[in-house]
Write a protein that binds this ligand. Sequence first.
Ligand code: ZN
Length: 229
Amino acid sequence: MNALPFLLAPPLGYVGYAWGAHLLTLGCAWRGPRSRRRIALSFDDGPDPEFTPRVLGLLERAGVRGTFFLLGERAARAPDVVRALAAAGHEVGNHTWSHRNLWTCGPRRTESEIRRAHELLAELAGRPPALFRPPWGAVNVAMFGVLRRLHARCVFWSIQPEGLRPVGAATQAARVVRRAYPGAIVDLHDAEGTRAAPARLIAALPPMLDGLRERGYTFATVGELLADA
Ligand SMILES: [Zn+2]
């Protein structure tokens, strides 16, 4: 008997479950419609008890509302920051409970990572998060089913000024301003992921906001941007 099909089935199944699922991301949002000169700033990995309130202060001073993709685990440790953020009119999105890479999660773990954060954020923000951003942009097949049941939409980003390698605040601001286009979703980090990312963000945000304004941009939440599509 040829054992090859039995040996290949699990790895091929995994490839389909994790990497093959990326074909399904063609239906996800990477940007909003290009028609209006609007742009959305999104902030991942918070809430951070020190840095998120400082980001909120900078946004408030500039009259800008952002979209925060929060981790359930961190929201549980800083519930007041989530309440303040929602009360100030910012959009709350789900970024899983513990920032697990969904490539390493089976269907049950995927469901609990997303649902647990969804329920806590709904309670703290006063409404269920309508948007979900997978950590590192890594998706699996199970994620799509969970999001459909929760009526949440998968959202990526179109401009990422800082990848895995840290980038100075001035460069970050300049990159966003230079790469900006109508409907773009900018991916920023207001909590520790890449080393010292939130401190660089605090310095980058004011020149970034000024530069975008000078180029004629106004700001929307990711939800508002997508509602125009
Ligand atoms: Zn993240």
